[in-house]
Design a protein around this ligand. Structure first.
Ligand code: PBG
Length: 326
């Protein structure tokens, strides 16, 4: 009953056929573009390990946001690398801090662009960890950290963020953030939870861009073990219960099975983050002429979308918008 009756090549013969039977389609609507904000004016400091990506002062971030919106990308994700770092993450709590300034300046300039604010302590703490350190130890204290994270989220919501995206992986932070936002009148600010965030080697280039490498130890006591998928489902279901409006799997490429299982387990939109290392691998190989960059970007992002991600955070967002419109 198989060959020669069945010939799957029949519907692959021409570009037109392939277009018609294509099961997964990427659109610019699905992309979110990360921006790295640093102090100063007129600053565009290239991130060496991420060709094409720069650290931007607020004024330059506004220009980048305008260009991103003009290209048709619906959303940006803001990361800030403030100068002042301390144990309390004061810069992230400051209504006049770098992240808050960037959020409000971008919203003023591009009211229709959706602005997500990454909520974490690692960019603002002197030790670079995502929560508070128990003095004299290398332990990150969960319950005091989530209190601070909720206040950081409130600060960004007040600055005008369209969504807050906690990336710290502390337990209970979604509930803590939801409660404080609601108490303070921000019932309509969605929470994008980095629900299944793995302790990954693919964050290396980002830590240069966000100046957030931990000064000691690593993040394995709060981020997830790359070997686990049941635990990812547990994390995601807990976050949905606590009030997450969207859930994220991060990184994306090495975790396609996780994305698929999460997509099948929840009703909220699923976001995947094609992280810095995934981007830099393609860039580095392309610069050597070892890989076709555009084809590799399309293939990796198609795979992430096919696995079940509704939305994708990617450093390729503006390029993809351009390539998709050609
Ligand atoms: C901060 C944070 C990280 C990323 C996003 N938010 C780094 C980390 O956890 O060390 C990684 C993004 C990327 O690599 O592109 N908590």
């Amino acid at each position: 009953m198989g060959f020669p009756l069945h010939r799957p090549r029949r519907t692959r013969q021409t570009a037109a056929w392939r277009r018609m039977v294509r099961e997964t389609r990427l659109t610019t609507d699905a992309f979110i573009y990360p921006l790295f904000v640093v102090p100063g004016r007129g600053v565009r400091h290239p991130v060496e390990s991420m060709p094409g990506i720069s650290q931007l002062s607020v004024d330059e971030a506004v220009k980048e946001a305008r260009a991103t919106a003009a290209a048709g990308v619906p959303a940006v994700l803001i990361f800030a690398a403030p100068e002042e770092k301390d144990a309390k993450a004061s810069a992230a709590l400051d209504p006049k801090g770098l992240a808050a300034q960037a959020i409000s300046a971008i919203k003023d300039a591009c009211p229709d662009l959706v602005v997500w604010a990454d909520v974490c302590l690692c960019g603002a703490t002197d030790h670079g960890h995502c929560g508070h350190v128990v003095p004299g130890t290398a332990t990150i204290d969960n319950d005091t950290s989530i209190e601070t994270l909720a206040h950081v989220a409130l600060n960004y919501a007040r600055a005008g963020a369209d969504a807050v995206a906690p990336s710290d992986m502390m337990d209970g932070r979604i509930q803590a953030i939801r409660q404080l936002l609601d108490l303070e009148g921000h019932q309509l600010t969605p929470i994008v939870s980095y629900a299944a965030k793995y302790a990954s080697s693919f964050y290396g280039p980002f830590r240069e861009a966000a100046e957030s490498a931990p000064a000691f130890g690593d993040r394995r006591a709060y981020q997830m073990d790359p070997a686990n998928v049941r635990e990812a489902l547990r994390e995601v279901l807990l976050d949905v219960e606590e009030g997450a409006d969207l859930v994220m799997v991060k990184p994306a490429g090495p975790y396609l099975d996780v994305i698929r299982q999460v997509r099948d387990a929840v009703k909220v939109p699923v976001v995947a983050y094609q992280v810095s290392g995934e981007f830099s691998l393609i860039k580095a190989a392309a610069q050597r002429g070892w890989i076709d960059e555009r084809a590799a970007a399309f293939e990796t992002l198609t795979g992430i979308h096919r696995a079940g991600a509704d939305l994708i955070i990617t450093y390729y967002a503006p390029d993809m918008a351009r390539w998709l419109s050609e």
